[in-house]
Each structure stands twice: as C-alpha cells, then as structure tokens.
Design a protein around this ligand. Structure first.
Ligand code: SAH
Ligand code: SF4
Ligand code: F3S
Length: 486
C-alpha cells in the first residue's frame, strides 16, 4: 500500500498514487470465524460487506471493524448481494464525498424496500456529522455511528440485528481512547500504515474533521513501536505514520515522546528501511523534525506539507496560523537539511473572499516552493464550519471562477510534475520494489525515496528489495526504468 492522507474527490496532478480514491475497497479475505466455546456448535457464517470512503483513518477503522466482527462470526464478502450486513464507512470532507455515499446507498435502500433481509449501517464521518438526521432521511438504514463507535461495533451490530435502530455519535474520552493494533496477518505488503493519532485540535475554518473526529489524542508510543516491530518481523520495510497533524503528536501527554523522538525511535527498529508520515501542519513543523532529516537516512526524501493557499489574506481567513513567508522558510530549512527533498501539497481554490490577486499568489507559490505534485480541491462549504460565516457575508467565489482556478492550478502542476519525473531520466536511483506493475506483465514497480513510482521489467522475487534502477523515461505520474546489474 502506498496511499497517503485524505481524499475523496479524484485529484489530478499528483504522483501520490492511491489518494483521491473515490472508494477504497479493502481486499477481500477469508476471515476466520471467532472462537467458539469448546463443544459448542459454530454459528452459521454471516457475511459482511464494507465500502470505505475517504482517508487512511477510515481504512484503519474499517480494519478494526473487520477484526471485531470476525470474532462474532462475520466473514467478509466481495459480493454485496450476498451480505447480511452492509457497512459504509463514510467521508464528509467535501460535498462530493457525501454525494458518493448517497449514490452507493441507493441500491441497498431499494433492496430493503423490496424485502431483502440485510442490516444496513452508516459509519464514519458523515454519520458523526449528521447523526439522527441520517436515520430520519433514510428509513431503510438500521444503524448510524461515528468513528468513536468503531471500538464497540460488535454491540452496535448485535442490537441492529435484533431489529433496533441504532444511533451512536458519542465521543469517547480522549485519555482512554482504545487505540488497537491494525496488524493484519493477511496483509503481505512491503509498506504499512501505522496510526499514531486520532482527531485534530486545529480549527481550520473550512474543515469538518474536528467535528467528525473530535479532539486530538495520541496513541501511546510504546504501542506504536511494538506494532512497528511486529510489522518488520513479517517483512514490512516501509512504515507510514498517520494522523491529522502528526507534528503535534504527544505534546498533550506528560512524559510522552514528541513526534521527532518517535521518528528516531522508529528508525532504531531493525528492519525499518523507510519512514514516511502524513499529515504535517506547516505551523507545527519544528526544528527537531527538520534535524531528523539530517540524522535519519530512513526518513524519506518526500514530504507532504499542505499549504492550502499562497495568499496571507486567505491563510488568515482559513486560520492556518502561518504566512506564505513562514511556509517558504520551513521549506528552505528542510531543503538545507535534505537537499533532494520532494515536496507535495494540498491546495484549496475558491475559498470565500479569494481574489484574483490571492489566487495569483497561490500560483506563484508552486514555483517558489517547487511542488512536485499536489492534491487540489475547490472549496466545498461544510456544515457547521466557521467559513460559512464568510459565505453569509457574501464572500462566496462564483463556481465558474473556482473551476477556472482549479483548472489553471492543475494544468500548471501537471507540467511541473512531468518536468520533475523527466529530471530523473538517465540517473540511477534506488527503488523499494512494491509489487507487479498494474499495467504490464513482467514489469514490477517501486518507489524512490522521493516517492516517484518507477516501473521496471523484472520478476516478483524482487518484491521487498531495494534495487538500483536507471530511469529511462519520466511521465506525469510515474517513470520507466531498467535494472542496473552489478
Ligand atoms: N489534516 C490535514 C488535512 C486533512 S483534510 C491537514 O491539515 O493538512 C485533507 C485536505 O482536504 C486538506 O488539506 C484540504 O486541502 C482539503 N479540504 C478540507 N476541507 C475542505 C473543504 N471544505 N473544501 C475543499 N477542500 C477541503
Ligand atoms: Fe482539518 Fe486543519 Fe485539522 Fe487538517 S489541521 S484536519 S485541515 S482542522
Ligand atoms: Fe478522513 Fe474524510 Fe473523515 S478525509 S477524517 S474520512 S471526513
């Protein structure tokens, strides 16, 4: 796996594969039914089908639900038509993400109206945001629960299976938040995601995440390190630490490691060849993390550092608490520590009040910061977020203007991304081989430390190895290469 961060709308102009997936379908696997007491008859297998939208946090939560429901005899199926339980793990980051859920739900609601016996549940961020309103809107839906309902999904499902309509949008106590291991023995990937945090304490004015995920809580670092040890023991080489604002990891907990200390501790674990992390907030990018780029060769030469806008006027209104100048100073310090750092970002265009001049500042930042790829989105008003006040004031950017800005950004980004990939042509780079190429037989793919995907003729026994390759051709989102032997 190599997906990073958020997303629901397909972004363009990116080399970060996996992001922006409209829906991430977890691979089906034959889960083992839960333990049954000695001598007791095994209950007939019930089938669960998941559809996961949104970011890696949701992928993590779906994994937790999969594991817990397996203990109640639920076997995951790839065929939604044969499922006894259908769970949508939803995303509400932008309006489009919610529309997608609505569309996906339609056929199941129809089936239920026709008498199909299936428990229908909506989990995740839309569930948390809408709560009872979803049960009111969709009479066919049996259960609605937010991300904090995931740890007790078994109880919720059991109640729904008994015919109750279930609603759970309570937020859990942060001090006792039950982080659980997402080690999945069936997962044989070269890379793995490790959750280090939940929620977010920032209040960026456009963003729904603090409402849907609650305040930030850090997972105990000893637990994280144990998990990393478990992963490397089964062959994982690349660890991606995930959270909404990883740079503030541990700060609220007395005696906990800081994010920088966590990076050093992960790098110390035998078998960890590469460390990535996402997402970082520019305001919280400290000197200690920048120093880690000097000290830790395991830390990859790619950083995703969402800027959102290049205009100080817009950044102020977004309550991001940094300026364009501060962002560029952080980037300069990072490049000083790691000269070959490849920088990617997130951009929102059409934020309320964004003028042509503001947008020109954003466009000029692409060059100034040297973004090699980006996720770019049109601002989408979210329920209950502070930016709605700006719309009430009449600051809304017309949809056509926002669309034109998005196209301008993405066109320029594609050109830059392609130039970056082409700049590798002729050079020899190390790639960590991840698996077969999706398109060609006899071709394997892997990433450089800078996150460029390179496709190379080769056999699958190279998976998990770091090999030198010569890049022969760069494209917009990937490159082609050949093995360098000897
Ligand atoms: N915690 C991460 C981002 C989480 S959301 C961070 O702070 O960087 C992922 C991305 O979605 C954001 O970086 C932003 O670019 C985009 N996004 C969030 N809310 C949005 C909205 N209301 N409209 C459009 N894009 C949005
Ligand atoms: Fe949302 Fe801002 Fe928190 Fe990121 S840092 S999740 S954009 S509130
Ligand atoms: Fe993630 Fe979407 Fe929720 S991006 S945190 S699933 S709103």
């Amino acid at each position: 796996m190599s997906a990073h961060g958020p997303a629901s709308d397909p972004p363009t102009s990116t080399v970060l594969s996996g992001d922006g997936a409209a829906a991430i379908h977890p691979p089906a696997r034959e889960s083992v039914s839960g333990p049954s007491p000695e001598g007791a008859a095994t209950p007939p297998a019930r089938r669960v089908w998941f559809q996961t939208f949104g970011c890696q946090m949701n992928v993590y939560d779906t994994g937790k639900m999969r594991a817990q429901l397996a203990a109640d005899g639920y076997v995951e199926t790839t065929d939604p038509d044969e499922a006894d339980l259908v769970l949508f793990n939803t995303c509400s980051i932008r309006e489009k993400a919610v529309d997608k859920m609505d569309g996906a739900l339609g056929p199941f609601r129809k089936d239920k109206r026709r008498g199909r016996d299936v428990v229908l549940g909506i989990a995740g961020c839309v569930a948390q945001q809408e709560g009872q309103a979803l049960l009111d809107k969709y009479p066919e839906v049996d259960m609605v629960f937010g991300p904090d309902g995931v740890p007790h999904v078994r109880r919720l499902v059991a109640r729904a299976a008994q015919g109750h309509r279930v609603l759970d949008t309570d937020l859990l106590d942060l001090d006792t938040y039950p982080f659980v291991s997402d080690l999945d023995p069936a997962d044989q990937g070269v890379g793995a995601f490790v959750t280090i945090q939940k929620g977010c304490d920032n209040r960026c004015t456009f963003c729904i995440v603090p409402t849907t995920r609650g305040d930030e809580a850090s997972r105990p670092s000893d637990q994280i390190l144990d998990e990393v040890r478990g992963l490397t023991a089964r062959g994982v080489r690349e660890i991606t630490l995930i959270g909404q604002n990883v740079n503030s990891y541990g700060l609220k907990v007395a005696g906990e490691r800081t994010f920088a200390q966590l990076l050093y501790a992960v790098a110390d674990i035998q078998g960890v060849e590469r460390i990535r992390y996402t997402t970082s907030h520019p305001r919280d990018m400290g000197d200690d993390v920048i120093q880690a780029y000097r000290d830790l060769p395991q830390l990859t030469s790619h950083l995703h550092l969402p800027v959102q806008s290049g205009s100080n006027h817009v950044l102020r209104r977004m309550k991001r608490f940094y300026t364009r100048e501060r962002y560029l100073a952080v980037v300069e310090a990072l490049r000083d520590a790691r000269p070959d750092l490849a920088l990617t970002t997130d951009i929102i265009v059409g934020f309320p009040g964004e003028t042509d001049e503001d947008f020109a500042e954003t466009m000029s930042l692409m060059e100034a910061a040297g973004f090699v790829a980006s996720f770019s989105f049109k601002y989408s008003p979210r329920p209950g977020t502070p930016a709605l006040k700006l719309i009430d004031r009449g600051d809304e950017v017309p949809a056509a203007v926002a669309s034109a800005r998005l196209t301008a950004w993405q066109t320029a980004q594609r050109t830059r991304s392609a130039a970056w990939a082409r700049s590798y042509e002729g050079s020899v780079v190390d790639i960590l081989v991840e698996g077969p190429s999706r398109h060609d037989d006899g071709v394997i793919c892997g990433r450089t430390s800078s996150h460029l995907m390179v496709n190379v003729p080769g056999s699958l026994d190279l998976v998990g190895r770091t090999i030198p390759v010569r890049v022969t051709r760069g494209f917009t989102h990937s490159a082609r290469g050949e093995r360098v032997v000897g």
